[in-house]
Design a binder for this molecule. Structure first.
Ligand code: SF4
Length: 708
């Protein structure tokens, strides 16, 4: 095992922040604290860590905000009191059983997180889909990768990232769109930077309405108008076709849909497309020439495409660029969705969204449902997709949903139009919050609070952006009576009277998951805790009998997972269905992350060092817009939409397009007031297929705040 063997208390693990999935060594010190260092032997990061990873130990060592004991109240008018685990879980089981009996299994729901370990995801899915009998399990991955999942399934037949990180050093053109990996996937981006430094001819195209740190090494920054990604990708596709820079042999033999695609991308002139995107024809031609001349072409994207009312169309239009050029299934080439959360991929493996089934099976396929039901030995699995993240809170508002169990996520900062979600929790008949911290806003509405073990206080597995599964050691005991999330769910399932949750160990949960993948495209039946501990990490698929490090690349045989085995070139519409600016709300708001914070700051917000980069929420605004609105640097501004308002300091930046403003998404009541919460104003619009919210585009007005 590649650990510091001199240090008897050194344990390998994986960073619990982003989907890059850097390897770390966690040292258990004599005083009970931990120290963390990058794992030099780990292939992902080779010892490097970003600012968040370097400060992981503080989030574990500082126990001042930890929930220590279960708490409960019998009615909404009384304060919660400390109770035993048995009391809390028996009461919860009684309430859930009553609602299920009275209103049906769809009256209860679980809302979880891409930060859950695979074992945790697995047992929650088994519980609600296999025993309670509804598909009301969704996670904050819905807010993150669901458009990419839908895009992959539609184009490649399966939710499967085709490439591996080692392809970075083999590529000579990167098209980075809707992503700021220099801040949000830093260690991965360091590899791109190093590759570019060694090979100046490598071309990097960045597509973003803002100038970000990622642009620092870009050969071309396409500062497009927000929302116009499909138009741009179609225009690049058109130029590639015009120039003969497509792989016709690949397209004829291994793809379908090209003829219609060609018709669609030629419907607009290049001049018209350039005008819509706010770019020049030359810029589009240059991007197409970089892609067309590349021997290895990687497209990289994340929330800028996914978090959109047209997120799936944006994904499909991007995947097309790899398909028409044949840049897929070979070293140094492929579409590469940058997963936001550390285990969003692992969650999808076990079917961790309300429209998915275990091991990438299809919920709408009777044979698949029966296969899983037989394996679990539970109730009939419903074919009806469950409620998605935002739909759950709407259903609390209108009374369809009676009880919600929220674990490992803070929806009252992270959901769009968050005041609607807050109203939902106020109206909920019963709320369970399973958490590590006493800070999240959800606790104010909880009838039952269940203290959970944090990273390094439990064992399990995660899968990173390149399908790399790793095992995370338990290093220290959780504080108080906190328990691992999987154990809490299993104890609850047993209180509900369900069989099949009496696992002797977490390794047995994982083993069951791997057995359920047999015969699927993500077969990991060759994996176990022993195998993962010995090898440190392996990329799926990895069947029984497989040896080595797993599968670096998919589709090397050009056989896709579609019924025809051909990749599908779709012809998505470039219509923008986001909320459009008007006289009352004339500016476009986009939201995003900053370098040193993670999600709703319940962990990174505890680390003072990480506040030095950016200490407060802010509104980024172009100086020309600021001048017109009589706003100076540092002024408090009020950002208003049809849904609410935010009050933060103005930060003037020529790097953002005129007519566009930017708010970071991290702040909420945890660190400040709800007036710095970006999601007070964001739009409730969803992509019609992925149901991912439109965080990157809504209409707002901005004015200098005048005290009443
Ligand atoms: Fe952790 Fe991501 Fe930073 Fe790596 S890049 S250390 S996984 S936050």
């Amino acid at each position: 095992m590649p650990v510091d063997t001199q240090h008897k208390n050194a344990f390998t693990s994986t960073c619990c922040y982003c989907g890059v999935g850097c390897g770390v060594v966690v040292n258990r010190e004599k005083n009970g604290t931990v120290t963390v260092e990058g794992d030099k032997a780990y292939p992902v990061n080779k010892g490097m860590l970003c600012s968040k990873g370097m400060n992981l130990q503080y989030t574990v060592n500082d126990k001042s905000d930890r929930l220590l004991y279960p708490e409960m109240r019998y009615n909404k008018n009384m304060p919660r009191q400390r109770v035993s685990w048995d009391t809390a879980l028996e009461r919860t089981a009684a309430v859930f059983s009553t609602f299920i009996q009275k209103y049906g299994p769809e009256s209860v729901a679980f809302y979880a997180s891409g930060q859950c370990l695979t074992e945790e995801y697995y047992v929650i899915n088994k519980l609600i889909k296999g025993f309670i009998g509804s598909n009301n399990i969704d996670t904050n991955s819905r807010l993150c990768m669901s458009s990419a999942v839908a895009g992959y399934k539609m184009a490649l037949g399966e939710d499967s990232v085709p490439i591996c990180y080692d392809d970075i050093e083999l590529a000579d053109c990167f098209y980075v769109t809707g992503a700021n990996p220099a801040w949000c996937h830093p260690i991965l981006w360091r590899r791109v930077e190093a590759h570019k430094a060694e090979n100046p001819d490598v071309k990097i195209i960045v597509v973003d309405p803002r100038v970000t740190d990622t642009c620092a090494i870009a050969d071309l920054h396409l500062q497009l108008n927000p929302g116009t990604d499909v138009t741009l990708n179609h225009a690049i596709g058109r130029v590639l076709i015009e120039n003969g820079d497509i792989d016709l042999d690949f397209v004829r033999k291994h793809a379908q849909g090209f003829e219609q695609y060609r018709e669609v991308v030629f419907q607009k002139t290049l001049a018209k497309s350039a005008q819509i995107c706010g770019l020049t024809e030359e810029e589009i031609r240059l991007a197409a020439s970089y892609i067309g001349n590349a021997k290895g072409f990687i497209s990289m994207w994340t929330m800028g495409l996914n978090q959109s009312a047209n997120g799936v169309n944006k994904n499909l239009s991007l995947l097309n660029l790899n398909l028409i050029t044949g840049h897929i299934g070979k070293p140094g080439s492929g579409p590469f969705s940058l997963t936001g959360q550390p285990n969003a991929m692992g969650g999808r493996e076990v079917g961790g969204l309300s429209n998915l089934l275990a091991a990438h099976r299809n919920l709408n396929d009777l044979a698949h449902r029966e296969e899983v039901q037989k394996f679990w030995g539970g109730t009939v699995i419903s074919e009806k997709p469950g409620l998605t993240a935002t739909e759950m809170f709407e259903a609390l508002n209108d009374g369809r949903l009676k009880a919600i169990w929220i674990l490992c996520t803070n929806p009252l900062t992270s959901l769009p139009n968050v005041r609607m979600a807050e109203e939902g929790l106020k109206k909920a008949k019963f709320v369970v919050v399973q958490e590590i911290s006493n800070k999240p806003e959800t606790l104010a509405y909880a009838d039952v609070v269940l203290p959970a073990a944090a990273w390094a206080e439990k064992e399990g597995t995660m899968t990173n952006s390149e399908r790399r599964v790793s095992y995370l050691h338990k290093v220290i005991e959780p504080p108080g009576e906190a328990l691992p999330d999987a154990e809490i769910i299993c104890r609850f399932a047993k209180k509900m009277g369900y069989r099949g949750f009496d696992y002797p160990s977490f390794a047995d949960i994982y083993k069951e998951h791997t057995q359920l993948t047999v015969g699927t495209n993500i077969d990991v039946s060759g994996l176990s805790y022993e195998v993962l501990k010995a090898s440190r990490s392996i990329q799926w698929p990895y069947k029984t009998g497989d040896v080595g490090d797993g599968t670096a690349r998919l589709f090397t045989n050009k056989i896709f997972y579609t019924p025809s085995t051909k990749a599908i070139i779709h012809s998505p519409s470039d219509e923008v269905s986001s909320e459009q600016p008007d006289v009352d709300f004339p500016l476009i708001l986009t939201t995003g992350r900053i370098r040193d914070q993670w999600h709703t700051m319940s962990k990174t917000g505890k680390v003072n060092k990480l506040k030095k980069h950016v200490a407060q929420a802010f509104l980024e605004i172009n100086p020309a817009d600021a001048e017109r609105l009589k706003i100076a640097e540092g002024d408090i501004v009020e950002v208003k939409s049809r849904r609410g308002e935010v009050r933060v300091k103005a930060k003037l930046s020529p790097g953002i397009k005129q007519g566009v403003v930017f708010l970071p998404m991290h702040w909420g009541k945890i660190l400040g007031s709800d007036l710095n919460r970006a999601n007070n104003v964001t739009s409730e619009l969803l992509d019609p297929i992925s149901k991912e919210p439109d965080f990157k585009y809504c209409a707002v007005e901005v004015q200098k705040y005048q005290k009443p």
